[in-house]
Design a binder for this molecule. Structure first.
Ligand code: 5AD
Ligand code: SF4
Length: 487
């Protein structure tokens, strides 16, 4: 990264993040990269000199939110702040680049998710020259790649992570793989994030170690198909199972290690064995099935059957009887019948997810499903199926939580509990860990998370935020549990 000097008073940046955990991590890295160059960040959009929208294209709703935000920014720029710099980052920039600037000519910077290391230069040029700056990849390759050169641009973004001694969050995301090769027929990700690229294992272990030295307790490894991780270095191959074992064993002060999102095909026993044998690895798998109907799975190009999926659940439960599963389901995929829907109900009942995100199919232009199939399930049917599965899932979650009453569990305290615990959906920005410091050390309502990703609220001293404590479960609801600290 070239050193760019900022001479005037520091520019204020506001960044708004939509979508998945990968975007949350990208925004964090962008923020650190810009802060190192002297930019300051504000949480008030009206105070900003630069507004960045880190966008998501996975469903139409996510894109609509960005279109509306851009509409508001056009007015702001025209009426109040001519010099405002507006940047669109992430998947929507990559996918809708031309359309975006046609409809929203006030956009100054467009930067795809694989080009984020170029953002400082783009912003600098946009401010100096008042000319639109564009960095998009136009991903076309289907090949997967192994990263061997650290000078690769996006690797530079991950490596640029600053390890601040004042890091407030005790949880961190660490990317191990970028992109996706699966081309599920409904999904835009392979087009926006490009083919799989795996990061070198030593760079990953070093990043985890540095985060732990800064006080991080829990690391979540990220990849779109995280269990497909593999790294070839000369004659040596590092598999996903090898990588997990390396991190677990080489960073003994890391309290919790988890990973997302797993792909149901090619999930090997070696990975399950490492999970079972490693005490600080969370017994938790986010492993989307998408549907319980083999016909739908075939049309989605998922590459596995319901039977293979159940086989994996069995293999995991055999080794880790208390393992928790989380899932994603798409309802109303083209041609989905009542019988297909019933098959998905059966899948949910059999797997007994601790949480399951249910999405209505949203046709995305450029995808195979959009070209090949008619979006023929009426919206009211999609809504009814969505509601039906949510009700089913909520009942299961309540049963899982209720069965934990009386148990004493390890909890990492994330922050202060709101009155109602709200579980963010993947399409929503997660708030992450409570950033505000514990001003009061008197007894307050705290919120923590178990290694199985359950949420529990309990009374405790404010200075416990960021610590690992033991809590006895006393009450259960669909979304969370309540408990009492064990002295
Ligand atoms: N419509 C609805 N849901 C989708 N997802 C991905 N693409 C679409 C789409 N076109 C869901 C899948 C995926 C999650 C991140 O988003 O369930 O696992
Ligand atoms: Fe999209 Fe399928 Fe890749 Fe997941 S595995 S990111 S759903 S193409």
């Amino acid at each position: 990264m070239s050193a760019i000097e900022i001479k005037e008073s520091p520019k204020q940046v506001f960044i708004d993040t939509y979508g998945c955990q990968m975007n949350i991590l990208d925004s964090e890295l962008v923020q650190e990269q810009l802060q190192a160059l002297g930019y300051q960040f504000t949480s008030i959009a009206a105070d900003a000199d630069v507004v960045l929208l880190n966008t998501c294209s996975v469903r139409q709703l996510a894109e609509q939110k960005v279109w509306s935000q851009l509409g508001r920014l056009a007015i702001e720029k025209r009426e109040n702040n001519n010099d405002l710099v507006v940047g669109v980052l992430g998947c929507m920039a990559e996918r809708e680049g031309a359309e975006l600037v046609k409809r929203m000519p006030h956009i100054d910077v467009l930067c795809g998710p694989s080009e984020l290391d170029k953002l400082p230069g783009l912003l600098q040029n946009a401010m100096q020259n008042r000319q639109r700056q564009v960095a998009l990849s136009g991903h076309t390759s289907r090949r997967s790649a192994t990263l061997e050169k650290a000078e690769d641009g996006v690797e530079a973004l991950d490596l640029s992570r600053s390890f601040s001694a004042t890091r407030s969050s005790k949880q961190a995301y660490v990317r191990i793989t970028r992109g996706c090769n699966k081309f599920c027929t409904y999904c835009v990700v392979p087009y926006t994030r490009g083919p799989e690229v795996h990061r070198p294992p030593l760079a990953i272990v070093q990043e985890v170690r540095s985060l732990v030295e800064q006080g991080v307790l829990e690391v979540t490894l990220l990849g779109q198909t995280v269990n497909h991780y593999v790294f070839q270095d000369g004659g040596k191959t590092t598999s996903f199972a090898d990588l997990l074992a390396m991190i677990h064993d080489q960073v003994p002060d890391l309290q919790r290690l988890r990973f997302l999102t797993s792909y149901p095909r090619d999930f090997d026993d070696a990975t399950l064995d490492v999970m079972a044998a490693s005490p600080r690895m969370c017994k938790y798998l986010h492993i989307p099935a998408q549907s319980g109907s083999n016909e739908m799975l075939r049309k989605m190009n998922r590459g596995y059957t319901v039977e293979t999926y159940f086989g994996l659940i069995e293999r995991a439960r055999m080794r880790m009887p208390d393992i928790r599963f989380a899932g994603d389901i798409i309802v109303g995929f083209p041609g989905e019948t009542d019988a297909d829907h019933e098959a998905t109900r059966l899948l949910i009942q059999k797997v007994r997810y601790k949480s399951c995100y249910i999405f209505k199919y949203s046709p995305r232009s450029g995808t195979v499903a959009d070209r090949r199939f008619v979006d023929d399930v009426p919206d009211d049917v999609k809504k009814a199926r969505n509601r039906d599965l949510l009700d089913l899932q909520n009942g299961i979650a309540l049963e899982i939580h209720s069965a934990m009453i009386g148990q004493e569990i390890d909890v990492i305290v994330e922050g202060f509990s709101p009155l109602r615990v709200h579980r963010p959906q993947p399409g929503e920005v997660q708030l992450g860990w409570e950033k505000r410091s514990a001003e009061s050390t008197s007894h307050v309502r705290l919120m923590g998370r178990t290694q199985g990703d359950e949420i529990i609220a309990f009374e405790g001293s404010g200075d416990l935020v960021g610590k690992l404590v033991t809590v006895k479960v006393t009450e259960a609801t669909q979304l969370s549990m309540r408990g009492q600290m064990v002295p």
